[in-house]
Design a protein. Structure first.
Lengths: 356, 356
DNA sequence: TTGTAAGCGTTATCAG
DNA sequence: CTGATAACGCTTACAA
């Protein structure tokens, strides 16, 4: 407990109290005296003095001396203003902050920059001005912005939807395992007419979800049916509603809907509600993301993305690169598997509705 | 654009290029030369040199010299892990970060600390170790934690649900204006049996919402009816559902429900859906918070809290206090008014259902 | 095994 | 009006 107005102790205070020099204090506390070893007695005296004074090294002075701020820039996929529209990047940001903290780093979100500063190239300037040690990019929009950061000398990690050009470490999620499990459960319960609602963006990640869906179906000898595939421009609630409406208008309705995002799934549920179609009795639903799928009514079976693992690998990779003495590093490309959590939103297809 | 490996320019580089001393550079760039004025020509030369080199002062060195980190600690009401359960504190956090950034400060969220560090008193240590300049507390749980921070010498601001003891500036929201407007609209459309679902916590803020509700009714000569008042332990979806069930079981149902939080209102909507009661045709609903009320189906009329204003006043007050040369300051107590946004969730009471 | 000294980049003070 | 100088607190090479 520090008294009001009490000066916070410095390494000099500790040194004096322990009867040693400041250098010793630094060496003991960082446990990194390469060329010199300290006698156990002295060592203990320093430790005690530091504890008694409640000394902690001033991170600002340390940063200045080490030429490392211990701050990591993070550029989210979308502004933090829209947590409800884009829950995945939002949650990813939370995990990144936690993982960084665990390792003694802090996160500076570049999206917190005032809009006036958000033009292309300004992000690099913003981060350079603040002397961040490295940058994590979630699904950068263009290769140019990535290249700008790399050329500025920052260690850079790309997540989820990397740009292929710039030579950076990338961490992505493999949709296959979770999707396979989801389809396996659906098929095991008699579903064959399974609709897909997903985003049709040009990025491989979006196409991949559909490709995995088709691959999983193929594994069970189910032929793809284009009428059951709905591609939307984005993963939002409204698109989920609209596409579900289209599916319900079909002559032969699906018995299950696979929504490639929790928000889409929420829209699906709303549309089904309004049409008086009960879930899972009259329609099974599976979502992708598993952010709030478990809190919906009914709780949805969902393909889960390993966001925490993505965050932890990202931080780990970046710190390794930052703390590399020379600029040495080789880009790594890591893919982490999805999982699947079964809940109550998939039911056996009633016999009379099974296709002949 | 900085070349890879290029050293980032320092004030010495600028000084050399402009043919002046480092002190001049500092003085010109900070535009704060009290005792000395600079000739326009020299001034311009410095500015030009800085611009040409792309010089920006190193914030780390500046922080060390000024003994001010330009980092503000923020202790949210709830962990950022739960944006969906507690949207208000979450959004408040976003606004705080933006407002801080506008003024050249950064936010360090103490909740990002690993759980191992979250015991009482550890928050103060956490913030002291990082040398934050001041602390903003959203609805602190106990007076003790506030006192600990104040006694540690931090400038402290309390938001929303301040603890009355410690002498800090506080910023709260006055529920009256928005609640009055909401009730006025309900009454104008013929509602008299208006139910209230809210939290019954011991904090004045929670009691205040109910008090304002009753005061607003009284203004229209409507007597309070205890059977229509539901107090729950927390503002969550499930409570909203449950309480609505209880209201629907009443012999004489209300014609409108005032839910003292968006999450409660969401639960109300779910319960009404399941009971087959259409909104607004058979039941009017008004929420409090207006975070996602406008995105629900149907969009709800809602009492809005001025979160952005709270954030901006908080940052302003804190920075004023931080930048005060001597420890001088007088605690201020600011109350900001709620507003009301009318949407389509309130309808005229059908004649046959009006009480006689 | 320990102490000394230099320097990280900035800014404030104080002579010139 | 301008320029040298010291100090912020820490770390690290090097000397003792």
């Amino acid at each position: 407990m520090v008294k009001p107005g009490a000066r916070v102790p410095t390494s000099l205070d500790v040194a004096r109290r322990a009867g040693v020099s400041r250098a010793l204090v630094s060496g003991v506390l960082n446990d990194t005296m390469s060329t010199m070893r300290v006698s156990p007695a002295t060592r203990q005296r320093v430790l005690d003095a530091a504890a008694e004074l409640g000394y902690t090294p001033n991170p600002v002075a340390r940063a200045l001396r080490r030429q490392r701020s211990n701050v990591i820039g993070f550029l989210p996929r979308t502004s933090r203003q829209t947590p409800y529209e884009h829950p995945v990047p939002f949650l990813l940001g939370i995990h990144i902050a936690r993982e960084a903290m665990k390792r003694g780093y802090h996160i500076l979100e570049a999206s917190a920059a005032p809009p006036s500063e958000r033009q292309s190239g300004d992000v690099a300037r913003f981060l350079r001005e603040r002397r961040v040690d490295g940058v994590i990019l979630d699904s950068p929009q263009t290769a140019i912005e990535v290249a700008q950061l790399v050329e500025s000398g920052f260690p850079v990690i790309q997540l989820i939807r990397p740009q292929p050009g710039p030579p950076t470490t990338t961490i992505v999620v493999d949709p296959a395992p979770g999707t396979d499990a989801a389809i396996a459960q659906l098929v095991a319960r008699g579903h064959e007419r399974i609709a897909f609602i997903g985003a049709g963006g040009d990025h491989p990640v979006d196409r991949d979800r559909l490709a995995c869906f088709h691959a999983a179906l193929a594994r069970h000898d189910i032929a793809p049916d284009d009428r059951l595939v709905c591609l939307t421009p984005d993963y939002d609630i409204e698109r989920g509603r609209a596409q579900t409406g289209a599916l319900l208008a079909l002559a032969q309705r699906p018995t299950a809907i696979f929504a490639a995002g929790d928000n889409l799934a929420l829209g699906v549920l709303q549309a089904l509600y309004e049409a008086g179609i009960r879930v899972p009795d009259a329609m099974s639903v599976v979502s992708y993301d598993d952010i709030f799928a478990g809190q919906l009514i009914p709780p949805l079976s969902s393909v889960s993305q390993p966001l925490e693992a993505v965050a932890s690998r990202a931080i780990e990779a970046l710190i390794t690169q930052v703390e590399q003495p020379d600029g040495q590093f080789t880009p790594r490309h890591i893919a982490l598997p999805t999982g699947f959590t079964a809940r109550g939103s998939v039911r056996q297809v009633p016999a009379e509705r099974r296709p002949t």
